[in-house]
Structures are given as C-alpha cells and as structure tokens.
Design a protein around this ligand. Structure first.
Ligand SMILES: C/C=C/C(=O)SCCNC(=O)CCNC(=O)[C@H](O)C(C)(C)COP(=O)(O)OP(=O)(O)OC[C@H]1O[C@@H](n2cnc3c(N)ncnc32)[C@H](O)[C@@H]1OP(=O)(O)O
Length: 257
C-alpha cells in the first residue's frame, strides 16, 4: 500500500494514513482502507485496528483536487456509493476499528471516522462536514451517520454552517468517545485498544453484529438517496464555483444554479 502502513502491537494493528499535505482521501486511498481490512481480516494476531493520521491532520476529507477530474453526475454518484461501501465495511467489520483523531477530521475524513466503532480525539481537533462551503453535500454517508451521533439539530447546524466543532465539544455531543491532550491521544487510545484486544473475538464479533441493529430502518435508503443527491448537486454551477474557490483560496460566490 502506498498511503497506509500498519504494524502489530499487542493484538492491535496500528494503521497510519500518510498522504501529505492533508491526508486527503483520494480514490486510491479509500481503496487502501479496504485493502487494510483485507490484510488484517484473517490475521489472528490482530484483534483491534487503530487508525490515525501522520502529519497535521487525521484527514481533511475527499481529495478536492481530484474532483476536478470528474465531470458527470453519474460518475460522482458512483464515487459516493463506492466510498459508502468501503466505510460500511469498516462499520460492520468483525474486529473493532478505532479512530484516533488529531488536527482535523473534515468531510470524508470525518465520514471515515464516523464509520469506525469508536473515536478518540484531541481536545483542539476540528471535526466537521464543510461540504456546503464547496457547494456540495457530504457523500460518504455523513448525512446519515452525523445525526445518529449528535442529534438532528446539531447535525443541521454543522451541515448548514459548515463550522467544525472542537474535539472537546465532539466528546460532549457523543460524536467522540473522549477528548485527550495532544500528547496523550495515541497512548490512551492504545490502552483502550489493548483492553478490547483481550476480549473473546467471538463475543466481540457478536457485539459488533448486534450494534448494526441500532441503525434506523431507513439508514440504507438514506445512504442511497445521499449518493444520488451527491451526483446531482455536483454538476451544479455552484459546485464548480465552490471547488474553484477552494483551489484559489477565496470565498465562493454562490448563485443558486
Ligand atoms: C464525499 C466527501 C466530500 C468531501 O470530503 S469534500 C472535502 C471536505 N473537506 C474540506 O472542505 C476541508 C478542506 N480543507 C480545509 O478546510 C483546510 O485545508 C484545513 C482546515 C484542513 C487546513 O487549513 P490550513 O491549515 O490553513 O491549511 P491549507 O493551506 O488550507 O491546506 C494545506 C494543504 O492541504 C490541501 N488540502 C486541504 N484539504 C484538502 C482536501 N480536502 N483535498 C485536497 N487538498 C486539500 C490544501 O489545498 C493545501 O495544499 P497546498 O499547500 O498545495 O495549497
């Protein structure tokens, strides 16, 4: 794998995303998340996976620069659906996947983190779904998972304003399990991961399976609608303007077209 490396430590696979400068989730990086799961799936020495980011951020989201290479709405809907599929595999994976988030988990980066079974964060990390700032909507099941963690009112605020919340606030709202000082994040996360690694893999698998029943019945319908909508919104003039404005480091001027 080019962008994800991992090593085993006491029953835990510590996986590092390393795609400078922002660990943006290109298509190939998302495929590597899938490949990571392939590699640990049948490894009995791996009981838990901890995912974290190298550099300044956990991940700043889907690769906005790569978006300029896609042109049709159908292609964007497919891109959305294939990301959703990988993240669904994370959420239903029979070994717990834990995100350790520092710096920022934005857009697709937060969507990846939300598909993990637990999230530990630094107090000053930024967590958010800023896609509306780009004239887009989230496309990797963020519209469905965020309200599950923070409630619909806070999810609406986060989506519609594009403002991120801090790690401390994320822990208060239930989006993160706990917030730590920057220097303690990885060691505290590993302590919890090692504790889980000592449990019976049979009961851990069963517990994860049972958690899937806590998803609302409309979840998969919502995710499919999100992928469709992602493609439709993406071909708007406003989306072109939003992406261009990001690349030119200026504020977007949206016209409603
Ligand atoms: C289906 C899913 C959809 C999505 O996920 S859409 C994407 C949603 N994410 C975002 O909108 C976040 C965009 N990024 C930011 O808001 C900011 O960045 C940060 C807050 C993460 C960091 O800000 P700062 O510290 O001022 O650094 P910087 O100069 O903006 O970024 C450093 C370099 O990283 C590149 N970068 C940041 N995010 C992305 C991204 N999501 N895709 C591609 N590149 C990204 C920038 O362009 C720049 O690069 P250069 O140094 O070459 O100018």
């Amino acid at each position: 794998m080019e962008f994800i490396s991992w090593k085993k430590e006491d029953g835990v696979a510590v996986a590092t995303i390393n795609r400078p400068p922002a660990n943006a989730l290109s298509r190939s990086l998302i495929l590597e998340v899938d490949e990571l799961l392939n590699q640990v799936e049948n490894d009995e020495e791996v009981r838990v996976i901890v995912l974290h980011g190298e550099g300044r951020f956990f991940s700043a989201g889907a690769d906005i620069k790569e978006f300029t290479q896609v042109s049709s709405g159908e292609e964007f809907s497919k891109l959305s659906a294939s990301g959703q599929e990988v993240f669904e595999r994370v959420e239903t994976f029979h070994k717990p996947v834990i995100a350790a988030i520092h710096g920022a988990a934005l857009g697709g980066g937060l969507e990846l983190a939300m598909s993990c079974h637990m999230r530990f964060v630094t107090e000053n990390a930024k967590l958010g779904l800023p896609e509306l700032q780009l004239g887009l909507i989230p496309g990797f099941a963020g519209t469905q998972r965020l309200p599950r963690y923070v409630g619909t009112a806070k999810a609406a605020e986060m989506l519609l304003t594009s403002d991120p919340i801090s790690g401390t606030e994320a822990a208060q709202y239930g989006l993160a399990n706990r917030a730590y000082a920057e220097e303690d994040l990885l060691s505290e996360t590993l302590t919890i991961a090692r504790k889980i690694a000592k449990k019976s893999p049979v009961s851990v698998k069963a517990a994860i399976e049972m958690l899937q029943y806590a998803k609302p019945a409309s979840y998969h319908e919502g995710v499919n609608a999100e992928a469709q909508s992602f493609g439709t919104v993406f071909v708007s003039e406003d989306a072109k303007e939003g992406i261009q404005a990001f690349l030119e480091k200026r504020e977007a001027q949206f016209k409603g077209k």
